[in-house]
Design a binder for this molecule. Structure first.
Ligand SMILES: [Fe+2]
Ligand SMILES: [Fe+2]
Length: 243
């Protein structure tokens, strides 16, 4: 039986996230003058999501014994310790899931750009919010630990995006509302994929510890005051700052 209703898709996400989006963020995001900024940033976030997945693919392939990245200048193998660590894991799952995810994110990018074009909104680079930067600043350094943390952060970004698309949808026009609701299914799956993958590279106990760690940090970033309004920002109360 397919899990398709919005409530069914969102239930595990509400459990995973420590807080729901504050009403003050939603009130700001629902202002018509915020729409161009939101769409421009959305297009950008889709590219970045695809890029993050492709970076994970490259880094994982870079750990394969016959990759150039794991060989010294004379062709000697220098990645033995790391590769031995990875031999017991079927990294094909990560490679396949990230490849599919990157393709889906780029498809979302195309869809946002098409909507922008129709509305004569030009693409402009939007400066990044503190959200992803601060989450990524807390990853551990060792390759395997960093991989686990990066996958968990990916899960939080996907889960929060999903939650915000659902919250925003009722405030948008029919076309955008339909589009945002159509994204819930893939973003909810992306969140699940990231968490499942993280669980392949650490024990269940460590996974939960790291989820708890990032859940609290994520909650603080979402529920505290922020200095600018962005799709993933905390609470920003505007005086003027238009698009
Ligand atoms: Fe997406
Ligand atoms: Fe996604």
């Amino acid at each position: 039986m397919a899990v398709n209703t919005t409530d069914e898709l969102l239930a595990p996400i509400y459990t995973f996230l420590r807080c729901q989006t504050p009403e003050l963020w939603l009130a700001e995001a629902a202002k018509p003058e915020r729409l161009a900024l939101l769409l421009r940033e959305h297009a950008q976030l889709e590219i970045m999501a695809g890029q993050a997945a492709m970076t994970l693919i490259r880094q994982t392939l870079g750990r394969c014994p016959d990759s150039e990245a794991s060989q010294g200048k004379g062709g000697e193998f220098i990645g033995a310790a790391v590769t031995a660590e990875f031999n017991d894991i079927d990294s094909m799952d990560l490679l396949n899931k990230m490849s599919k995810l990157a393709r889906e994110e780029l498809r979302h990018f195309e869809q946002v750009m098409a909507i922008m074009k129709k509305r004569e909104i030009t693409y402009k680079v939007v400066s990044g919010s503190r959200y992803a930067k601060q989450l990524h600043s807390k990853t551990r350094k060792n390759f395997r630990d960093k991989l686990v943390d990066t996958l968990i952060i990916g899960a939080f970004i996907e889960a929060r995006s999903c939650e915000r698309f659902a919250k925003l949808a009722p405030f948008l026009d029919a076309e955008l509302s339909k589009f945002y609701l159509s994204l819930l299914k893939s973003e909810a799956r992306h969140y699940q994929d990231y968490i499942n993958l993280a669980g392949q590279y650490c024990s269940a106990e460590n996974l939960q510890l790291r989820i708890d760690h990032f859940a609290e940090l994520e909650r603080q970033l979402i529920c505290s005051d922020d200095t600018e309004f962005r799709f993933h920002s905390g609470v920003y109360q505007s005086e003027e700052e238009g698009e």
